[in-house]
Design a protein around this ligand. Structure first.
Ligand SMILES: Nc1ncnc2c1ncn2[C@@H]1O[C@H](COP(=O)(O)OP(=O)(O)OP(=O)(O)O)[C@@H](O)[C@H]1O
Ligand SMILES: Nc1nc(=O)c2ncn([C@H]3C[C@H](O)[C@@H](CO)O3)c2[nH]1
Length: 320
């Protein structure tokens, strides 16, 4: 059994690549500039100037590493929106509809297949060799949530950070319309829906929950604007409807999912996005505009409903 400490160090290792790109945006107050000092600089002035220069240098390096020029680091015109909602409510289906409507909208799917296929070779060289084993973390989490929930949340959250850190494609930067990157779920639902729920169910223990929240806050604060969202689309439907769709879809790992679990996830969504009673730790997220859509409507078969949804989404994007 892995100790939490071991798991955190594994997480830090896995995050090595993105950790390299961590950047700070304006976290310090005004600092002295050498050329404007009236008196010879004190040791603390020099320290402050050095810190400022190091910070600028690391910002420039991180831009260089991510392949973006300073003005492109976070193109203000490109909006970022996540689609949130219960399991099988229809997020992927709705995301595909959005993708087909407007070339200015880029949809980023939830990386479920990555969670289903975790490759573990004994070394990098052997990763593609026959010794590579593949484990299905989604299945492991559903079969033994007490053992695997913390591990699952570290990996799901890491993959969501990766997705949200991807720069928009060039065509979006030159678009004349309202370019929008649309994510299927986000680093925020990872924490305020799933991880919180697993903690409340006792599948994540208090130590694991404290550690999860600590690194989650650290990463969100360090990545700053890069992982901020301008809006959320909440696909809302009764848990019973989600259960019907879950059965209809028939994903093997979900065969033991009970209505009670969907009820609990529904309540988490309502507390976060409707009642606003979930304790949120990021200022911008507390104020985020939410577009609620009644996902129990069968928009797949009904063109009129589809068109109404698209109009609502277009209007919503224009307000962000
Ligand atoms: N509006 C809808 N009307 C009728 N059926 C729908 C609708 N939306 C989705 N479905 C069906 O419900 C099932 C689940 O949909 P989908 O895979 O899009 O859910 P999801 O929210 O992305 O799931 P997950 O939470 O697992 O990522 C699919 O079989 C899909 O065809
Ligand atoms: N425990 C847990 N934490 C998450 O952050 C999370 N995100 C998605 N899922 C589950 C729901 C679907 O079965 C399937 C695809 O959405 O993965 C999660 N499960």
């Amino acid at each position: 059994m892995c100790s939490p400490l071991h798991r955190v160090s594994k997480l830090t290792e896995s995050l090595g690549l993105i950790g390299f790109q961590v950047r700070r945006f304006g976290c310090y107050g005004p600092r002295p500039r050498l050329e404007t000092l009236q008196t010879p600089p004190t040791t603390s002035d020099l320290r402050a100037i050095m810190a400022q220069k190091t910070s600028r240098l690391s910002l420039t390096c991180s831009r260089y590493l991510s392949g973006l020029s300073p003005s492109e680091t976070r193109p203000a015109r490109v909006k970022r929106v996540s689609i949130e909602g219960n399991i099988a409510v229809g997020k992927s289906t709705f995301a595909r509809l959005l993708q087909s409507v407007c070339p200015d909208w880029e949809v980023m799917a939830e990386p479920v297949s990555k969670w289903q296929n975790i490759e573990s070779g004994t070394s990098k060289k052997e990763a593609a060799s026959p010794q590579t084993t593949v484990s299905n973390l989604l299945q492991m989490m559903y079969e033994d949530p007490q053992r695997w929930s913390y591990t699952f949340q570290t990996y799901s959250c890491m993959s969501r950070f990766r997705t949200q850190l991807q720069p928009p494609p060039a065509r979006m930067l030159s678009s004349e319309g309202t370019p929008v990157q649309v994510y299927e779920r986000s680093v925020y639902s990872d924490r305020y829906i799933f991880a919180l729920n697993m903690f409340e169910l006792g599948c994540i223990n208090p130590t694991e929950w404290a550690i999860y929240q600590d690194w989650h806050s650290l990463l969100v604060e360090q990545f700053g604007h890069q992982v901020e969202l301008e809006g959320i689309i909440y696909l809302r439907a009764p848990p019973q409807k989600c259960m019907e769709r879950l059965k209809l879809r028939g994903r093997a790992e979900e065969k033991e999912v009970k209505l009670d679990y969907l009820d609990k996830l529904h309540v988490q969504h309502e507390k976060w996005l409707v009642e606003k009673s979930t304790e949120i730790h990021f200022e911008k997220l507390k104020q985020i505009p939410v577009l609620q859509l009644d996902a129990s409507e069968e928009f797949l078969r009904d063109q009129e409903v589809r068109e109404q949804f698209i109009t609502k989404v277009k209007n919503f994007f224009n307000t962000l």
